[in-house]
Ligand binder design. Structure first.
Ligand code: FES
Length: 106
């Protein structure tokens, strides 16, 4: 059974700057790409320590601040090495100015 959790307000995200939040012990990075809100796990799958919210945004791409792997913010797909796996992506929805992400989709 899926569960949606409110994790931020739309006003928390300014321009291309990522917003880092924590929910149930999980670190999540939120992004605004051309007016759409996206959420990925705020942890690079390469060394599992780097925070992608501290990386460099270029359109719909986030570059890891440690070894520069790039990921598609919209899908979580890895785009360049050294990371070899995708980053976890969460479905998002916005209601009444609040951003929710879907945890444990079924
Ligand atoms: S820690 Fe992100 S690419 Fe190495």
């Amino acid at each position: 059974m899926s569960s949606w959790k409110v994790i931020a307000q739309v006003d928390d995200i300014f321009g291309e700057e990522p917003c880092a939040v924590s929910v149930d012990g999980l670190k999540v990075a939120l992004f605004n790409v051309e007016g759409c809100i996206y959420a990925i796990e705020d942890r690079c799958p390469h060394d599992k320590v780097a925070r992608l919210s501290e990386g460099y945004v270029d359109g719909a791409t986030i570059e890891c601040p440690i070894h520069q792997s790039c990921f598609d913010i919209r899908t979580g797909k890895v785009l360049s090495p050294p990371a070899e796996s995708d980053v976890r992506r969460f479905a998002t929805r916005v209601e009444d100015g609040k951003i929710s992400i879907e945890l444990d989709p079924s």
